[in-house]
Design a protein around this ligand. Sequence first.
Ligand SMILES: [Zn+2]
Ligand SMILES: [Zn+2]
Length: 169
Amino acid sequence: MPDPLRPLRINALELMRQPGAIRDIADGIEAAPLGVEHDRLTSHIQVDLNLEALTDGIKVTGTLQAQWSTVCRRCLADISGCAVAEVSEVYQRDMVDPEAFAIEQNQLNLAPMVREAILLELDLERSCREDCAGLCPACGVDRNEATCSCDITVRDNRWAALEGFVIDE
Ligand SMILES: [Zn+2]
Ligand SMILES: [Zn+2]
């Protein structure tokens, strides 16, 4: 069976032999072998990266994309979309830049960076739309669709979860 992460492992030595050389990666990578486990993820990870050989490393730019589905953080409606991570990283063999990733054993291994970047995007809280009014914290009515007469001016959402919690003396 071919290694599913093979497209993310590049012979760095070969690429760095010619500073200025460009190599593109356009591939769909399965989430499981990549170690991306996320309850919102509904697809593989689409990897579109451009590798440019520098004199002392390799510059990696491009995008990562994955489909997700979750619930709106305000009104709990089912929503789905595409997470897009913009990537711009430098890999170095002799680590000079503290921000850079390491080229180990002359190999450029993009898997850890791809995993990290796409997980960050999948973790973002989502709402169904920018101005979603959410649910009324008092009666639970969807305020996008109906209005209620609850007085919620003095309520603090952070305490809503504690409501109804009675201390038994
Ligand atoms: Zn919503
Ligand atoms: Zn209400």
